[in-house]
Design a protein around this ligand. Sequence first.
Ligand SMILES: Cc1cc2nc3c(=O)[nH]c(=O)nc-3n(C[C@H](O)[C@H](O)[C@H](O)COP(=O)(O)OP(=O)(O)OC[C@H]3O[C@@H](n4cnc5c(N)ncnc54)[C@H](O)[C@@H]3O)c2cc1C
Length: 284
Amino acid sequence: MSLGGIKLDKKISLSNYTSIKIGGEAKYFYIADNFNDLGNIISNIDSDFYLLGKGSNLLVTDNLVKKPVVKLGRDFSYLREKENLLEIGASTPLSFLIKYCLENNLSGVDNLVGIPATIGGLIAMNASSFGQSISSALVEVDVMDKRGGIKTLKREEITFKYRFSSLQEDIILAARLKLFSGGNLKLKLSEFLSERLSRQDFNFPSCGSVFKNSLEFSAGFLIDSLQLKGLRRGDAQISQRHANFIINLGAAKYNDVDYLIQKIKDQIYKKYSIILQEEIKRWE
Ligand SMILES: Cc1cc2nc3c(=O)[nH]c(=O)nc-3n(C[C@H](O)[C@H](O)[C@H](O)COP(=O)(O)OP(=O)(O)OC[C@H]3O[C@@H](n4cnc5c(N)ncnc54)[C@H](O)[C@@H]3O)c2cc1C
């Protein structure tokens, strides 16, 4: 299938688009650089497609991915001030937002510093860190539904829960955030960043925390209590630094990671009668 210049001809390996560096070829891979591209793409493909952000929460099969994969490109990456709000395109990396905040001394997303994500992915997942979630700074979002209709939704019209938003069936195009004057932002950012670097595993590719925490328990704590850190299957390993991270030591496969995930679930269930829920999104 070809849509003018939009379809990339060369074979695209999704391992180059996921933070854990796992993933097979995409049969159809589209980058929508602007609204026209996006409208054109979604009117020509089945409404059942995968939307790719920075790929930092994804575990993708090594097999051919048959569902079309769509990624927002150039014109969806921008920041501009608009009526006392900051409007930010969905494919903008969080690191750009943080840099902008630092330059303009704006606070509101400081705790998220260091999460490897796009704004669209952060909002879709309602990412949070050190007690602050992206949704707390959100005023409204522009979304496109999978039939091409565009609307603006106020924060109150969206359901946000832990690692969940009701926007996961939509395409988030842009968000408007309310930020405030930052105090000693440089210091806050460097403290959150060093806290993140000391707790999480940034030495090897991963997809962040594999399992959700709950009010009653931290998944990492439970996994650690069973001394599963370091358990390895092929090149996939339960991180020695953070028990809720599975890292890729080089050539890990989807099945290696899946094996470790099942192993963790089984052992936790046997010991604590708790069914761990996955935080990651699987593309199979
Ligand atoms: C080292 C590391 C540390 C991490 N730390 C944290 C943390 O502290 N807190 C936390 O919450 N998460 C953390 N994560 C997980 C991950 O970064 C977040 O879930 C992030 O929000 C994913 O954003 P993304 O752009 O990479 O989305 P992707 O991984 O590409 O996609 C995730 C989901 O969002 C959907 N999506 C992406 N873009 C859009 C869009 N424009 N519109 C609608 N849906 C969209 C995708 O379809 C998919 O379902 C970490 C991951 C890593 C690798």
